[in-house]
Design a protein around this ligand. Structure first.
Ligand SMILES: Nc1nc2c(ncn2[C@@H]2O[C@H](COP(=O)(O)OP(=O)(O)OP(=O)(O)O)[C@@H](O)[C@H]2O)c(=O)[nH]1
Ligand SMILES: [Mg+2]
Length: 447
């Protein structure tokens, strides 16, 4: 099949699992956003390929003024690629771009190797990483939506193989003007895919609704969402700040769901901190759309902590890619604080000077060694203090209106009753304080 996972295959002879051998192909156009071009234009694709469990056995890069409509890279280059892939004994050829189904089909026809594009590779990694029920549904939906328009391509490929190998019935090619079994099969496949897509969408709509309710119920907290390029150190920072036990791994897309934890900032202030899926350049938009529930915290956060791997040569490009995704999901106006992470690992070629110049208010930290964490906490605390107050209130124990108002707009941390008087330890948005006083409460103390 032309589409499908680039991950692992079982060797026929001894049943051991071996990694697939992949040849990477990149087309560099005059306006290509290749971030790390200066160093290695295929470095990121190599990382993604490794994340999918395949071995990179060769690389081909072409610079060209424009894409070739039929084969994406130039025809001559495709012929070279055919020889190269054969010499390298490749199982799969992976393009660093999004190809049209017809282009994939044509390249496959010429080079006689399976071809997948960057989008399929990313979808494949997500599929292999998805652990939670909703992550699985989200990935499956994105895969089906990406695959559906390609079904014709898949089927004609099977027809071709059957034809070439003198195959039997299923792949027989219908003549001009006839609708062969392949055509019928496409319709059946399309209907099945459509049915499954409808089912997944309804399941995800329910998850979305639940998630929206859950996120709303947190509105009395200051909510912070960690965002950033994959592998930037978001989960490491989450663990450092909240003693959470989020999975940290030196691999792309270690985190695919969202975890939310209380972050005790000191001074009686608490924020909710969420760690979520990392972003990457050209994240497939099907994936962004179907990860709606996972990104709900980010969309509604009071503050985005943009974690940047400052030790990466590609940091400025990664920042741009993350900002693009944030715009896509509707976070244009959400306040942001840039966090330059991994400052313990800077080398001579790091772009830290550019980062400092472009992001003057950024906080420099190392989530690994703890450097800068206190300053980061202080900076957040300043923002939270301006927005929330923690007060001890006193009121008549029979003041039901006050209680119902507080239960709606504030967070009651503790309450006690003595002689018809209630005492409430409350955290609430500063702007609600006048109304609370109007409802008959007295402030005993505040922080
Ligand atoms: N040297 C150094 N390494 C770090 C630092 N923070 C994180 N790392 C390493 O970077 C790798 C990725 O860390 P994660 O916390 O999993 O990154 P993430 O942003 O959550 O990645 P995804 O979930 O895959 O998007 C791990 O190997 C971490 O140990 C740091 O401050 N310094
Ligand atoms: Mg993570």
């Amino acid at each position: 099949m032309p589409t499908g996972p680039a991950s692992l295959k079982i060797q026929d002879n001894n049943q051991s699992v071996v990694a697939e051998r992949a040849v990477l192909v990149g087309l560099i156009l005059p306006n290509s956003d290749h971030g790390a071009t200066r160093y290695d234009p295929l470095a990121e694709l190599a990382g993604l390929t490794a994340a999918a469990g395949a071995d990179v056995v060769g690389r081909v890069v072409q610079k060209r003024g424009q894409i070739c409509a039929s084969t994406y890279i130039g025809r001559g280059k495709v012929n070279e690629l055919a020889e190269y892939a054969a010499a390298k004994e490749a199982d799969v050829v992976i393009f660093d771009n999004e190809l049209a189904p017809s282009q994939i089909r044509e390249v496959e026809r010429i080079i006689e190797h399976r071809v997948i594009d960057r989008t399929e590779l990313i979808l494949d990694i997500f599929a292999s990483r998805a652990r939670t029920h909703s992550a699985r549904l989200q990935v499956e939906l994105a895969q089906l939506e990406y695959t559906a328009p390609r079904l014709r391509g898949m089927w004609s490929h099977l027809e071709r193989i059957a034809g070439a190998g003198g195959g039997t019935t299923a792949g027989a090619v219908g003549g001009v003007g006839t609708r062969g079994p392949g055509e019928r099969q496409i319709e059946i496949d399309r209907r099945l895919v459509q049915k499954r897509v409808t089912f997944l969408k309804s399941q995800l709509a329910n998850i979305d609704k639940r998630k929206i309710r859950e996120v709303k119920s947190r509105s009395d907290y200051y909510t912070i969402s960690l965002v950033g390029y994959t592998n930037a150190g978001k989960s490491t920072l989450m663990n450092a700040l909240t003693n959470a036990d989020t999975l940290v791994e030196d691999k792309l897309f270690a985190t695919l769901d969202t975890k939310t934890r209380k972050w005790n900032l000191g001074g009686g202030q608490v924020a909710l901190l969420s760690d979520t899926v990392g972003f990457v350049r050209n994240l497939p938009h099907q994936l962004v759309a179907s990860f709606r529930a996972t990104l709900e915290e980010t969309v509604h956060a009071d503050l985005l902590l943009h974690v940047v791997d400052a030790s990466s040569h590609d940091a400025p490009g990664q920042i741009k890619a993350v900002e693009r995704v944030l715009d896509d999901i509707g976070c244009h106006d959400t306040p942001r604080l840039n966090v330059l992470n991994k400052v313990d690992a800077l080398d001579d070629e790091s772009s830290i000077h550019i980062l400092r110049a472009n992001h003057e208010d950024a906080v420099e930290i190392s989530a690994l060694t703890g450097k800068g964490i206190d300053e980061l906490t202080e900076r957040i605390l300043d923002r939270v203090r301006g927005r929330y107050a923690r007060v001890m209130l006193e009121a008549s124990a029979t003041n039901g209106r006050l209680l119902s108002y507080l239960s709606q707009y504030a967070h009651i941390l503790d309450r006690s009753y003595t002689d018809g008087t209630m005492r409430l330890d409350v955290r609430l948005p500063t702007q609600e304080l006048p109304r609370v006083l109007n409802l008959g409460a007295t402030v005993i103390s505040s922080e």
